[in-house]
Design a protein around this ligand. Structure first.
Ligand SMILES: [Zn+2]
Length: 107
């Protein structure tokens, strides 16, 4: 169990779409850890391409709220649209559009 580096939470890159934090790994890939895992108390991010890992220094106070899928229903009735899509490709496009829409309606 070797920790490559201790990294401050604020130095991580955050993707709000996937809710995953990443940090560059010296092997060229990226360490990654999900926001959900951080809320669960996990503080070790692993790299998918090598055995290195980093420890993330953070307080729960620093974490953005975890977005639950359940409470998205208030503004957009997006689910019915998905059911109307018969072609798989269309459904993926819809998911991307839906994610973009969510990121625009963050309160
Ligand atoms: Zn690596």
């Amino acid at each position: 169990m070797s920790i490559y580096e201790e990294v401050e939470f604020e130095d991580l890159d955050y993707d709000p779409v996937t809710q995953i934090y990443t940090y560059p790994c010296p092997c060229g890939d990226k360490f990654s850890i999900s926001l959900e895992a951080l809320w669960d108390g996990e503080d070790i991010a692993t790299c998918p391409s090598c055995t290195l890992r980093i420890e993330i220094i953070y307080d729960e106070e620093d974490l953005p709220p975890l977005r639950e899928d359940d409470d998205d229903d208030d503004e957009s009735g997006g689910e019915e649209d998905v059911k109307k899509q018969d072609e798989e490709g269309e459904e993926i496009d819809h998911n991307i559009a839906s994610v973009l829409q969510k990121s625009l309606t963050v309160k």
